[in-house]
Design a protein around this ligand. Sequence first.
Ligand code: SAH
Length: 224
Amino acid sequence: MKIEVLTLFPEMFAALDSSLMGKAKENGIYELNCHNIRDYSTDKHKKCDDTPFGGGAGMVMTPQPIHDCISSVDPEHKSLRIFMSPRGKRLEQKIVRELSEQNNILILCGHYEGVDQRIIDMDIDMELSIGDYVLSGGELPAMVLIDSILRYVPNVLGNSQSTADESFSDSLLEYPQYTRPQDFNGLTVPEVLISGNHKNIERWRKEQSLMITKTNRPDLLEKK
Ligand code: SAH
């Protein structure tokens, strides 16, 4: 998978060089290219934002540098072009799974009050939000998207079972997990997990999943 990121702050993406995502990049499972939108500005001061027409607070990212950057990075529109935006469709596991099958993804990160609407109309295929709250830039949302997608790309997670069993995989949240020691400060692991009886373990986990989902996310059960 090849991911192109368009941002005013490419240095933020160093966060993806650690842990599983870092390993996946090292192993050539995916390629991440960060492009600095500012490099494409034809303004003599490399300006990339301006005040909004119609008035109002904040600055809006100007269309010229973004359009030129997109046209240079993806001249034949081979990538699925995503703009991270609180106005977008809300990201959920189903979309993540579908996106993990793409070969080429381009992600545009907004900043300030966002980008000129004409960029969205002209150059963008899909707007995605990571949740109903507003962040100061699209960089963290882009990293959330990249991490969530890559977990579904083969050989990124150590154990291919990991995505099959976890929260949201069947509209339920995951059951509680325990590891060694069996007794930690007097708190012990549920008996069933050390019983060796796999049928009972499976039943216990299903019950726990249902209970946790009912308490924390009843909306998921309704959906199911
Ligand atoms: N004025 C805009 C918010 C701009 S926030 C509005 O009210 O809709 C600046 C940038 O941060 C956005 O352009 C977007 O790229 C990013 N961003 C902020 N919150 C986000 C979210 N929940 N999901 C995805 N991107 C987000």
